[in-house]
Design a protein around this ligand. Structure first.
Ligand code: NDP
Length: 574
């Protein structure tokens, strides 16, 4: 597409508006991440209850020993287990809070749940399972079913423990094993522990004055109450529904609620950017012609490509760093203005259309793709309540209060998101010399590749900080899973019992992370959201590795080429 020909003043004006919108938002909010809570106790305990749990059978506490124990049973655990089985590991245990595998796709069963990453890339192990997804973008139930199929194929149900939350993971020096304690009284022992508890796993609620006084029904999107709504939302036809939040979850849910509720109020603080979603059923002729190993070939291509984003393409040929940045920003603004024009084209009411326009750079917030979200606001039963950056700060017995009006709703749905990338530190993890991982991280996160951390032998972290960021998370997780399985195989095949990253290797990676952070001030200029820790200032090492996905993958290989240098490897004590 030809680039629009605007004078620089056009872009500067829009950048000014972005800044204004961010400042409005910052002035309203309570500080940073403190505005949210994920501690669901007391009156909030109901928001954590698992509505999908099967009848839980009482069982005796487990005290046995396994080779590998995963904390969490989502894609991290599943795709790593597949590789571990290929390396001959036999005893693999998943310990999972839910009552099945699936992680995100176990919990997020809200109506309309689907993945925004192309299914042939997102679903892992398609070659191994000889499976081709049914659509270009998979719906939630297909993905959840795929998780279950992986668990069956790799015989992961046999030792799996569900409805169980790990509370403490403690390195036992004498046995040189991890002791994993749970809320069911277990003290499981494991040679290797893999923290696979997800990047966005714990639901969070905005802490809103009066929220516990609400007299109607309420739940979080990741605990969808189908008993209340009906399987096809048929119970909502005489109900007034409120939804707080307009992130990726709400964008998928709103069209479904709009079709089924008597009345829907969408309480918005900051709009998402919504682009077209080009979906189609998988062409059976295409699927039939796929050669064995087709997905591995696709993934290899992703790793071979030097990142070539919209902005990087724009910056090509720029002469100075300043010009490069200016071109990148202008390309970004062009994209966002196209998103604005799309809203004007679709949404009939101009005031609503204006309120739905995101005033920030592309990728300040997680971009969304949906064809039915914007048209939902043309329905007579749907009303956008735009809080213009303030958010809902009060809830009364009838419902959310804004501008002095209490919105009377039967049911209130919190689409307020999840705690971010705390994987590895949800439970108490105590390593060598009784060091608690939280205490070790008190002065900043310290890892090698975001996976290993010194003083915590045979412990691996997946999906945490200091790893690369990739829009297709399973690409990233697969490289981590392959790396972890190869490390474990090295330990076993060379007669060792444990590996622990050397202090030098860990320091090298912390420096790498710091060196690649903060090349621009983009993150600070963004409107608050979970991508920039809600505007909280962050230590430079407490984030993702920004050196690029391909480089991250290559560094994994380099680390493994020098196992003896990068790790302290020990045989089991006699
Ligand atoms: P998000 O954190 O993205 O969104 C939370 C929403 O709640 C934001 O719109 C936020 O507003 C709003 N909010 C918070 N407090 C208030 C308040 N007091 N009043 C009004 N609004 C409030 O959570 P999601 O669950 O939507 O998505 C989380 C992530 O999960 C996604 O970013 C994505 O990575 C993943 N996901 C992926 C999907 C896919 O592949 N299609 C689908 C769903 C989720 P504000 O922006 O102002 O903070």
């Amino acid at each position: 597409m030809p680039r629009p020909d605007h004078p620089q003043s056009y872009y500067d004006d829009i950048k000014g508006k972005f800044k204004q919108a961010r400042d409005v938002r910052l002035d309203y909010r309570p500080p940073g991440t403190e505005q949210f809570t994920s501690e669901f106790s007391g009156e909030l305990a109901k928001y954590a209850v698992d509505p999908y749990a099967k009848a839980v059978e009482q069982r005796e506490p487990i005290t046995d020993k396994v080779e590998v124990l995963f904390i969490g049973g989502g894609f991290s655990a599943l795709l790593t287990s597949a590789r571990l089985r290929e390396h001959g590991l036999e005893s693999i245990r998943i310990v999972e809070r839910g009552s099945d595998v699936g992680g995100t796709w176990y919990w997020n069963r809200y109506p309309g749940a689907a993945c925004d990453v192309v299914s042939y890339d997102y679903l892992p192990l398609l070659d191994e399972l000889d499976y081709v997804p049914v659509d270009h973008y998979s719906r939630g139930p297909e993905i959840f079913g795929h998780c279950q199929k992986i668990a069956k194929k790799y015989n992961l149900y046999e030792l799996a423990v569900f409805n169980t939350t790990v509370t403490e993971t403690i390195w036992n020096e004498e046995e040189q094993l991890w002791h994993v304690k749970t809320d069911c009284g277990d003290v499981m022992r494991a040679q290797f522990v893999i923290c696979a508890n997800g990047t966005l796993a714990k639901p969070k609620l905005s802490t809103i004055k009066g929220m516990t006084s609400f007299a109607g029904h309420s739940f979080h999107t990741s605990r969808w109450d189908y008993d209340y709504t009906g399987v096809d939302l048929e119970n909502l036809k005489d109900k007034v529904v409120g939804i707080i939040g307009t992130g990726a979850s709400a964008v998928q849910i709103v069209p479904e609620l709009a079709k089924n509720a008597k009345q829907l109020y969408v309480f918005q603080r900051t709009p998402s950017s919504i682009d077209v979603r080009e979906d189609w059923p998988t062409d059976p002729n295409w699927a039939r012609k796929l050669e064995p190993g087709w997905q591995a070939t696709r993934r290899a291509k992703v790793l071979a490509v030097v990142e070539n984003s919209l902005e990087k393409r724009a910056a090509k040929g720029a002469t100075s760093p300043e010009e490069k940045l200016r071109k990148q920003e202008n390309a970004n603004i062009d994209y966002m203005m196209r998103i604005h024009r799309r809203i004007d084209k679709i949404v009939d009411d101009q005031e609503t259309a204006d309120a739905l326009k995101p005033w920030y750079m592309f990728m300040c917030k997680r971009p969304c793709f949906h064809n039915d979200y914007l048209p939902a606001f043309n329905r007579p039963n749907v009303q956008l309540v735009d809080t213009k950056g303030e958010g809902i700060t009060e809830i009364g017995p009838k419902g959310p209060v804004f501008n002095g009006k209490e919105y009377d709703v039967d049911v209130l749905i919190y689409a307020t998101g999840f705690e971010v990338q705390q994987t590895g530190i949800y439970n108490t993890i105590v390593g060598e010399a009784n060091v608690n991982l939280q205490d070790k991280y008190a002065d900043g996160i310290r890892t090698l590749l975001g996976i290993h951390t010194a003083g915590f032998p045979n412990l691996f972290i997946m999906g945490g900080y200091q790893a690369s960021f990739q829009f297709n998370l399973t690409d990233m997780l697969q490289t981590q899973g392959d790396h972890i399985a190869a490390c474990i195989d090295y330990v076993r095949s060379n007669g060792y019992h444990s590996l622990d990253v050397s202090d030098e290797a860990e320091q090298w990676w912390v420096d790498e992370v710091i060196n690649h952070r903060g090349k621009t001030t983009r993150s600070e200029e963004c409107t608050p959201g979970y991508y920039n820790m809600e505007g909280d200032s962050q230590r430079r090492q407490d984030g993702n590795y920004n050196g690029g996905f391909r480089q991250y993958f290559e560094h994994q290989g380099e680390v493994r080429e020098k196992m003896e240098e990068n790790f302290n490897l020990k045989a089991k004590p006699a």
